[in-house]
Design a binder for this molecule. Structure first.
Ligand code: COA
Ligand code: AMP
Length: 637
């Protein structure tokens, strides 16, 4: 089919409001909007002002009422525990309504925050939807974060309630969640009034009297009583959720998502970008703690009326590198979305794809990759193995959906390896230099999006309008700064090359090296430190820390390095995947004292590098190279 992309993009550009009003017709509204886009509202304008709606109604209730009551809505598939269960739309409604009743009993109302700290179990999705039903604002925190990170988020969003579970399950170990939650609440200034805890059979936990509620018995009581909890209408511009993501300092940014624009954009994307229809099975193998999980495990597929899969497992080792193929064949997945790192893990384990031979995966039409740069090797390997299109697409927690992609539903454009293809309707993407002037095609520059951002993208940061302005809008006036650098070619194809800030991407997880440096600097023996992201064959990047010890410290270096590694795991969490700390005598700096992290990274990656003109002492770079070589780190490994 000839791609309609160019016509659709041109139609959006000509009349953005008409375009999004058209897309909004697929959503149920309690009250229509006063304006499709109000340029005077919010920081750069707001979408669907004056409209009222409810996201849970659109994701669940309207499908139950509209003939999908008996269609499977959520498939829980957990190779790591051996569990599995299917929930129809009617069953999801019953679960969500009962949990909403539990929350309502505890006084949770529209606008109240609820923090969700959950492993990949169906109750995580029910929790999100129950909040949406009440108009409460959820904030999901990924299970791989430690207590201190949880505390920071609790203090920032001040949740009235927490929904959590007794444990998570990782290969070879069960992780007790409750002690982490208790410690976080102990440390936090803002104390939640109650914690609703799912007791899992792998490890149960003690409940704190007067504060904790057993999830299952409380929900069961309301299910038995058939308690009705109507969907509470909220403004389209009211927040649906806050999702914290790494910023350039240790303090994470609370990305705010609204209700109306978010539904419109996600619903549009399900068909236009992913090429799926209601009734089909869509699988995003991510985690509800990340934006991909929010948009494409929970909200997108359910709003569209698809069947979604909640997968608790890993691409390899649960039990083998054939897990993905088993899930696709068993549940007849039509479109599959994951991070390139997952495919690199499978390729490493099963380079010839032997496991695939055991399964019939002909239901699968397209594989979508995002979260990090999709390297051509991985794309080609997956394409050859599966014999279907492999589509890279680029987006961010902030945008909530694709900035640049290859819209399968509109007819795919030719793939150029290394490029996530073209800007989606809603995004006017430009490449500019540091003084905000457009650069010619083929020239590397800052990737920016001309304001306003489309429906679904963040309107601001939670309680931090100023930080939103300074982090995203000030450097390039009139634009949103993506903090990615890249190239646009003569066909409008984008190539995403690098971050322009201190963010690194480890196994598709976004991490701040600045945040790690803050933790390392708190070690009593460390005088100074620098963390860089070094290229890693499996995870894309891996953090490596360089530490300078305080004068007079004469303990064994290896002990201190180990303590630093343990400190990052304890304070940030295992997700940081911080395994290498290297003690050095000096760090390379400019004459004004700025650490030359970029040059260190190039040396570690074995890339060409130029001596920075402003360097204070060039000999230090040789010392860094020597340490990397001796310790077999990065390209010296
Ligand atoms: N709770 C607690 N710990 C967690 C966790 C969770 N929810 N998720 C990960 N961890 C731990 C892991 O067990 C690991 O611990 P370890 O250092 O003791 O081994 C650590 O955090 C790092 O995890 P990860 O980077 O995921 O590495 P891994 O070795 O467990 O798995 C991959 C590697 C490539 C298989 C895995 O990263 C993967 O499947 N990635 C897919 C990418 C993805 O889902 N991205 C989301 C955006 S689309
Ligand atoms: P996150 O907010 O966790 O989704 O991370 C967003 C960042 O991940 C982006 O700013 C990019 O740096 C990177 N990223 C995501 N998807 C891609 C992609 N398809 N290609 C290159 N980089 C990507």
């Amino acid at each position: 089919m000839k791609s309609q992309y160019h016509e659709v993009y041109a139609a959006w550009k000509k009349d953005p409001e008409g375009f999004w009003a058209g897309a909004a017709a697929a959503i149920d509204w309690e009250k229509p909007w006063d304006k499709v886009f109000d340029a005077d509202a919010g920081i750069y304008g707001r979408w669907f002002t004056g409209a009222e709606c409810n996201t849970c109604h659109n994701a669940v209730d309207r499908h139950v009422a509209g003939g999908r009551a008996d269609q499977t809505a959520i498939i829980y598939d957990s190779p790591i525990t051996g569990a599995g269960k299917k929930f129809t739309y009617a069953e999801v409604k019953a679960e969500v309504e009962a949990l909403a009743a539990v929350l309502r009993d505890r006084g949770i109302e529209k606008g109240d925050r609820v923090l969700i700290y959950m492993p990949m179990i169906p109750e995580a999705a029910f929790a999100m939807l129950a909040c949406a039903r009440l108009g409460a604002v959820h904030s999901v925190v990924f299970g791989g974060f430690a207590a201190r990170e949880l505390k920071t988020r609790i203090d920032d969003c001040a949740p009235k309630a927490v929904i959590s579970a007794s444990c998570g399950v990782e290969p070879g170990r069960v992780i007790a969640y409750k002690p982490l939650l208790d410690e976080a609440i102990e440390l936090s200034v803002s104390k939640p009034q109650c914690c609703i805890i799912v007791q899992r059979e792998q490890m149960s936990c003690d409940l704190t009297e007067g504060r904790d509620i057993d999830y299952r018995s409380a929900v069961e009581a309301h299910k038995q009583a058939r308690t009705e909890v109507p969907c509470v209408p909220v403004l389209a511009t009211d927040p649906l959720y806050i999702l914290y993501t790494s910023g350039t300092t240790g303090a994470p940014k609370g990305v705010v998502r609204d209700n109306g624009g978010h539904m419109v954009a996600l619903n549009w994307s399900m068909n236009a970008i992913y090429g799926v229809e209601a009734g089909e099975v869509f699988w995003a193998a991510s985690d509800v703690g990340w934006v991909v999980g929010h948009s494409y495990i929970v909200y997108g597929p359910l709003i569209k009326g698809c069947t979604t899969i909640l997968f608790e497992g890993k691409p390899v080792g649960t039990p083998d590198a054939g897990t993905f193929w088993r899930v696709i064949s068993e549940h007849k997945v039509a479109a599959f979305f994951t991070a390139p790192t997952a495919f690199r893990a499978i390729k490493k384990e099963d380079p010839k794809g032997e496991f695939l031979k055991k399964y019939d995966v002909k239901s699968l039409r397209t594989l979508f990759l995002a979260g990090e740069r999709a390297d051509p090797d991985t794309i080609l390997w997956a394409r050859d193995l599966l014999g279907i299109p492999v589509i890279d697409h680029w987006w961010q927690t902030e945008t909530g959906w694709t900035i640049a992609g290859n819209p399968v539903g509109l007819g795919a454009l030719p793939v150029k390896l290394g490029s996530p293809t073209v800007a989606m309707p809603g995004y006017n993407v430009e490449i500019v230099d540091d003084t905000c002037h457009p650069v010619p095609n083929g020239t590397l520059g800052n990737i920016v999006v001309r304001l306003p951002m489309p429906p679904g993208s963040l309107p601001t940061l939670w309680n931090a309008d100023e930080r939103f302005r300074s982090a995203y809008l000030e450097e390039f006036p009139g634009y949103y700064k993506t903090a990615d650098a890249g190239i646009m070619d003569e066909d409008g194809y984008l190539f995403i090359m690098a971050r322009t800030d201190d963010i690194i991407n480890v196994a598709g997880h976004r991490l701040s090296t600045g945040g790690m440096e803050e933790v390392i600097a708190s070690h009593p023996d460390v005088a100074e430190c620098a963390v860089i992201g070094v290229a890693d064959k499996l995870k894309g990047q891996a953090p490596v820390g360089f530490i300078i010890l305080k004068a007079g410290v004469d303990r064994p270096l290896a002990d201190i390095e180990k303590e630093v590694v343990a400190l990052v795991r304890e304070k940030i969490g295992p997700v940081a995947a911080f395994k290498t700390a290297l003690a050095v005598h000096r760090l390379p700096k400019t004459r004004s004292g700025k650490i030359l992290r970029g040059t260190m990274q190039k040396i570690a990656d074995g890339e060409q590098w130029n001596m920075p003109a402003t360097i204070d002492d060039p000999a230090i770079l040789d010392e860094i190279g020597e340490t990397l070589k001796q310790r077999k780190v990065g390209s010296f490994g």
